[in-house]
Structures are given as C-alpha cells and as structure tokens.
Design a protein around this ligand. Structure first.
Ligand SMILES: Nc1ncnc2c1ncn2[C@@H]1O[C@H](/C=C/CNC(=O)c2cc([N+](=O)[O-])cc(O)c2O)[C@@H](O)[C@H]1O
Ligand SMILES: [Mg+2]
Length: 214
C-alpha cells in the first residue's frame, strides 16, 4: 500500500535524526520539507519566532491545537523547563500515531501529553481531566476556522488568565480573518503581528501574538 506523507516524514526522522536529540529531529523534518515534500509544519523561519516567544515566556503550562506530525510540539517541548507540561490536541488518529513516534524519537515524551480528539470536545474537559487550571501559552495551528470558536471556548472555560499568551500560526496564509479581527479589536487582548513567510516558501505569512488581559 502507498505510504502517506506523514509516514514518509517519520521515516526521514528515523533515518536522519539522532534518537533523543530534539534539534536533529527538527532539522530532519525541515530538510525533508525543503528537499523532498512540503508539509504544513510551522517550519524553520516561523519556528524561530515561536522559539523566542516560548523562551521569553518560560511557560509551565502550554496547550497546542493541532499536533499534525509533532514538529512544533518538539520545538516547544525542547524549550520547556523541567516539570512543565505541553498538552497537544489532534483529532486525526493517523496523524496522532505519527506524532507520537516523532515525539518519542526526540526523547521528549515526559513533557508532552498528546490527546486524541477534537478541540471543541476536549477543551471543556481539560480542567477536570488533565489537571491544568490555566495555560501560560496556547499555540493555535489547527483548522483555521476553529481559531476563533476555540478561543472563545477557552475564555468561557476559564483556561486563560491575565497574561496568558495566544500564539497563532497562518494568520495571513491560509489566513484567519475572523480570529485576527477579534484579537485585534477586543479590549481583552493586546495583539502583535510577527511578519514572516509561509513555511519553506517566499509567500508572506506570520504569527499573531495576543496577550489576554483578563
Ligand atoms: N478541531 C481540531 N481538534 C484537533 N485537531 C484538529 C482540529 N482541527 C484540525 N486538527 C488537526 O490539526 C491539523 C490541521 C492543521 C491545519 N493547518 C493548515 O491547514 C495549514 C495550511 C497551510 N497551507 O495550506 O499553506 C499552512 C499551515 O501552516 C497550516 O497550518 C491536522 O493534523 C488536523 O487533524
Ligand atoms: Mg500552520
């Protein structure tokens, strides 16, 4: 049977990256996406912006919406202090299975809890089921029409506190116009756009960093 792109991405990691070395896993995926097959990882250019936001914040609780193959999961987890927790939600079981193996290859399983399911169903259960009260950082990178409803849901579920940061990928390409309008016009957020490029291309894209003001 034909392999899928995520399966081929995982094979490239297992072939070219060193087990237990997160940086080599990130490099192997970027090399695969540049030289073999484009894939919708946040990528190296926007990844550096992601890294700087994570490093500056030094979060202990992080939520990622949309794991895909686990590229940004590994980038974020690699920068977390000991005992910090990254919960990542992924509803496609095939992608989740690949991501688990990518995360395991990087040796960061201790810091990551990958939960299979839809964000709309899981977000209301996080406080009771995963022992997290609020998130220091949320990285949004799932279906673009889910960014706004899930942000409103996180607010309603009390998962954001004064100072929580939302970092959203693809606010230009493919674009999240309703989300962008919301965080830029709401008095409850202080937003900042980090101009960059769509992963592995010269097309404009960027990350929107929004601080929840409570
Ligand atoms: N509600 C939900 N709950 C849990 N998991 C969910 C979910 N909605 C989607 N997902 C998962 O998140 C990933 C989708 C990402 C969409 N990104 C994209 O569509 C995308 C597209 C381009 N692009 O076309 O250039 C570039 C990018 O950086 C992109 O992130 C997939 O793994 C999908 O299974
Ligand atoms: Mg993306």
């Amino acid at each position: 049977t034909q392999s899928t792109r995520p399966q081929r991405l995982l094979s490239a990691v297992q072939k070219n990256a060193t087990r237990g070395d997160p940086c080599s896993v990130v490099k192997a995926i970027d090399q695969f996406c540049r030289s073999k097959e484009w894939a919708m990882n946040v990528g190296d250019e926007k990844g550096c912006i992601l890294d700087s936001v994570v490093s500056e914040l030094n979060p202990t609780t992080v939520l990622e919406l949309g794991t895909y193959c686990g590229y940004s999961t590994v980038r974020i987890a690699n920068l977390l202090p000991p005992h910090a927790k990254l919960i990542t939600l992924e509803f496609n079981p095939d992608f989740a299975a690949i991501a688990r193996q990518v995360i395991a290859w990087s040796g960061l399983e201790e810091k990551v809890q990958l939960v299979e399911g839809a964000s709309g169903d899981l977000i209301p259960k996080i406080k009771q089921d995963f022992g997290v009260q609020t998130f220091d950082l949320v990285f949004l990178d799932h279906w673009k029409d889910r960014y706004l409803p899930d942000t409103k849901l996180m607010e309603a579920c009390g998962l954001l506190r004064k100072g929580s940061i939302l970092l959203a990928d693809n606010v230009i390409c493919p674009g999240t116009p309703d989300y962008l309008e919301y965080v830029r016009s709401s008095p409850r957020y202080e937003s900042q756009y980090f101009k960059s490029h769509l992963e592995y291309t010269k097309v404009e894209d960027g990350l929107e960093k929004s601080v929840f003001l409570g």
